[in-house]
Design a protein around this ligand. Structure first.
Ligand code: SF4
Length: 290
C-alpha cells in the first residue's frame, strides 16, 4: 500500500480503513462466511471484530454467503448461548464488537443491504464425518480457535505449516475426512496426544481421542506404507522378545535405526540407545544387592 514503515498499529489501521472502505463501496459483490445458520428464521449470523463482514454485505449489490452445513443451529434464541461462547473461547471477550443477523436482501423501504443474497451450503466431505459414528462429534466445532492456542504443536509450527484450511487440533481431526485419509493422515500423527485441546474445547469435543481414532482408521484402511508396516512388525516382534531386545550393543542399535529408518531420522536427532538394555541393567543392579 506504500505506507510509511514508521507508522504505529493505530495509524496502520487508519490507512487500511481508508483504502479498504473505497473497495467496499465500489464492489458489486461481497462474499462472507457465516458463524451460524439459524434454522427457525432462515437467517445467518456473522461475528467479527473488524466490521469488514458487515461492510461486505451492506454495500455491494449482491451478497454471497459460503458456509458449511454443520453451522446450522435450531433457533434464534440459541445465539444467546453461542455468541458469548464463541467470543469468550475465541478472544476472551464477553461478546465480539460486531454481531449481525442477516435474513435476506434489502426490503422495500430499507436504506441499506444488497439487492440479492445467495447462501451456498458447503458439504465438501462433512457428510463423511456425519456418517462416521466416532468422528461425528467434530462437527460440533464452532471455530473458536481455543484448541489451536492451547496446542504445543500449533504454537511451535504455526497455522501455515498444516497447508490446510483448518489448522491446529481440529484441523488435524477433520481434514483427513474432508479430503483423503491417505494424503492427510500425517496430521493426526503430529501430536503428542497431551490432551490440552480436549481440555480447553468450548464444546467438549474429545479431540485427542479423535486423533487417535484417525490413526486407527488410517491403519484399518491400509493407508500406512509397506515400509512402515514392516518396521512396526519388526518393532513388535523385538519388543515381545526379551532375547531380541538384549541382542547387540547400544551402538549397534543406534547405527541400525539411524541408517535403516531414514524417514524417521531425517527430521529428528539421532537415537542414542544405552550401552545395555533396561533388562540387562536391572539384572546387574539386582545381582549386586546382598
Ligand atoms: S474444536 Fe473446540 S476448541 Fe477447537 S475450534 Fe472447535 S470448538 Fe473451538
Amino acid at each position: 500500500l506504500g505506507t510509511d514503515p514508521g507508522l504505529n498499529p493505530s495509524q496502520l489501521t487508519l490507512v487500511a480503513r481508508e483504502k479498504l472502505r473505497e473497495k467496499y463501496t465500489a464492489a458489486q459483490v461481497g462474499v462472507t462466511g457465516a458463524n451460524f445458520i439459524i434454522a427457525d428464521t432462515g437467517a445467518i449470523a456473522l461475528t467479527e471484530n473488524e466490521g469488514n463482514g458487515r461492510l461486505s454485505c451492506a454495500w455491494p449489490k449482491t451478497h454471497i454467503v459460503v458456509v458449511g452445513i454443520e453451522k446450522v443451529i435450531p433457533s434464534l434464541t440459541d445465539l444467546s448461548l453461542f455468541w458469548p461462547l464463541l467470543s469468550t473461547y475465541g478472544t476472551g471477550q464477553r461478546v465480539t464488537s460486531y454481531n449481525s443477523i442477516i435474513s435476506g436482501p434489502r426490503q422495500e423501504g430499507e436504506s441499506d443491504g444488497p439487492e440479492e443474497m445467495y447462501v451456498i451450503l458447503l458439504d465438501n466431505g462433512r457428510t463423511n464425518i456425519l456418517a462416521n459414528p466416532k468422528s461425528r462429534e467434530s462437527l460440533y466445532c464452532i471455530r473458536c480457535g481455543a484448541c489451536l492456542n492451547a496446542c504445543p504443536v500449533y504454537k511451535n509450527i504455526g497455522g501455515h505449516a498444516y497447508e490446510t484450511t483448518y489448522s491446529g487440533p481440529i484441523g488435524s481431526v477433520i481434514t483427513p475426512h474432508l479430503k483423503k485419509m491417505n494424503d492427510w493422515k500425517h496430521l493426526s500423527y503430529a501430536s503428542s496426544l497431551c490432551g490440552n485441546c480436549t481440555e480447553v474445547c468450548a464444546v467438549k469435543i474429545n479431540l485427542h481421542e479423535l486423533l487417535l481414532e484417525n490413526r486407527h482408521e488410517a491403519v484399518e484402511e491400509g493407508a500406512a506404507a509397506m515400509t512402515e508396516r514392516v518396521a512396526w512388525k519388526f518393532w513388535k516382534t523385538a519388543m515381545m522378545s526379551r532375547r531380541l531386545m538384549n541382542t547387540g550393543s547400544g551402538k549397534m542399535k543406534s547405527w541400525a535405526v539411524s541408517n535403516f529408518v531414514k524417514d524417521w531420522s531425517r527430521h529428528r536427532a539421532d537415537l542414542q540407545f544405552p550401552a545395555k538394555s533396561f533388562n540387562q541393567q536391572w539384572k546387574e543392579r539386582n545381582n549386586k544387592r546382598p
